[in-house]
Write a protein that binds this ligand. Structure first.
Ligand code: CMC
Length: 436
């Protein structure tokens, strides 16, 4: 900031430590102070120095990022500056993946090359296909996905060199190319059908649907409405700044583990019902509610704290999640094609009642991205346990973009939070016979 004399002035924060009466001036940039600047605040010279305590990182920026902007109060989401609404309407998933990873929209030649490279890497090593056969018949496909991504690290040893730009580029093509194949194989394994190998002449999401659905029909065609809906859903899921799974991707990446190992961890974080597993939980909840007339009693139980309304609430959005608004429209398009689904009626009524209820209004709990995505997936015929897998496929470019940004950020080092130790002081070991 400059004053009237054009001299540069720095924004600062003045802190008075009432324990000592000392005053400290700390630099402020982007409404943020550096946590390490607090370390100088000490009572005694040999103190460790002050830290900030922030369980769940609700008010701590762990990085500076140029990828995704979220304004949770206004319900705004932008990838590299582009509003999510424009991308969902006009772009494709692979184009958005390029945007997230490289920072700019591709020109025609760049897009063609990118799509060709990703689709060229859709085949997986046969050992991986065999490994997937070894999961038990009822293995959750998300467990299979996590395990298989980790196993991919053993097949692509060149991925270990995370500082080699060429190698990193190759892993990005491989990961985006192979993930749909792994997802489709997990699904086919689960339902006891033979694998379909990729058709790289198809578009990204069309190829996924083909690998999942094709049963040697001579007249098989990928349904374009479903492929388009999946593409839009993937765009909506593609990144969401420093969410739980992305933080894990960065955290594991910070030890310079290869991107497959880091992504297996990120996918594991996504699996939980408070994160990407929520779409599966929403569907189970709607089935449990089963009819519109059961909704008021269900809401009363939520308000009594017996359980949460899945698909509602968000750490960052304290307003309608912009992705939920777009998804609601996609749900209508898909259901117009597949036939209306009673679960949508339950969801719409649940949303209406919740949005008028003081409990949800006062806590600023609105439908999130997972509230409607499950209904679309179900209408398209995906089994419920595939929902988090689909979320993971959509989120993969975001994980990769954030991983690359981390690796290239000179300010970043291995992630290693501090703790406030609240355990016992030093004590002496007691032999077993002397313990009460
Ligand atoms: N239903 C009922 N009450 C809720 C809900 C909910 N879904 N979410 C939060 N609350 C209440 C919570 O009980 C607390 O109330 P009180 O102040 O009386 O104790 C208050 O709202 C604040 O909740 P919080 O747990 O401090 O909020 P958080 O920011 O830590 O949690 C969340 C965010 C997404 C984990 C949470 O809202 C939740 O569990 N939602 C349901 C699961 C869900 O839909 N997850 C998908 C998130 S979007 C996609 C993604 O990120 O993967």
């Amino acid at each position: 900031m400059e004053n009237e004399d054009n001299a540069v002035t720095e924004d600062t924060l003045t802190i008075t430590d009432n324990r000592t009466g000392r005053t400290y001036e700390i630099a402020v940039q982007n409404d943020t102070i550096r946590a390490l600047d607090l370390r100088q605040i000490k009572v005694h010279d040999d103190d460790f120095g002050m830290m900030s305590y922030d369980p769940a990182y609700t008010n701590t920026a762990s990085c500076s990022s140029r990828i995704t902007f979220v304004d949770g109060d206004k319900g705004v989401l932008r990838y590299r500056g582009y509003p999510i609404e424009q991308l969902a309407e006009q772009s494709s998933f692979l184009e958005v993946a390029y945007l997230l990873i490289y920072g700019e929209l591709p020109d025609a030649a760049q897009l063609e090359h990118w799509e060709e490279r990703v689709m060229h890497h859709t085949f997986v090593h046969e050992n991986l296909a065999k490994l997937m056969q070894s999961f038990r018949y009822d293995a959750h496909p998300m467990g299979m996905l996590i395990g298989t991504i980790a196993a991919m690290s053993t097949l692509h040893a060149d991925s270990k060199d995370v500082h080699d730009e060429k190698s990193r580029q190759k892993q990005i093509w491989r990961i985006l190319g192979k993930l749909p194949t792994v997802a489709a194989f997990a699904y086919r394994r689960r339902i006891g059908r033979p694998y379909n190998y990729p058709d790289s002449s198809l578009a990204y999401t069309a190829n996924l649907l083909y690998m999942m659905d094709y049963m040697n029909q001579s007249d098989y065609q990928v349904n374009p409405v479903r492929a388009k809906a999946l593409d839009v859903l993937f765009i909506l899921h593609a990144d969401h700044e420093q969410n739980c799974s992305t933080s894990v991707m960065r955290g594991i990446g910070s030890s310079h583990a290869d991107p497959y190992s880091a992504m297996a961890g990120a996918a594991a974080a996504l699996y939980g019902p408070l994160h990407g597993g929520a779409n599966e939980a929403v569907l189970r909840m709607l089935n449990e509610i089963s009819t519109v007339k059961n909704i008021p009693a269900y809401i009363e139980k939520v308000k009594a704290g017996e359980f949460r309304l899945m698909g509602f609430g968000h750490r960052v959005y304290k307003n309608y999640d912009p992705r939920a608004r777009i998804i609601k429209k996609v749900a209508e398009d898909v259901l117009a094609e597949t036939g209306r689904n009673s679960l949508l009626d339950i969801a719409l009524e649940l949303e209406r009642i919740a949005l008028e209820d003081e409990y949800f209004l006062s806590r600023r709990l609105y439908p999130n991205v997972d509230f409607y995505s499950g209904i679309i997936y179900q209408a398209m015929g995906f089994p419920v346990d595939m929902f988090p897998v689909l979320f993971a496929l959509g989120r993969a470019p975001g994980w990769l973009a954030q991983w690359l940004e981390f690796i290239d950020d000179p300010e970043q080092r291995i992630a290693r939070p501090r703790q406030v130790f609240a355990g016992p002081e030093q004590r002496d070991y007691l032999p077993l016979a002397q313990r009460g």
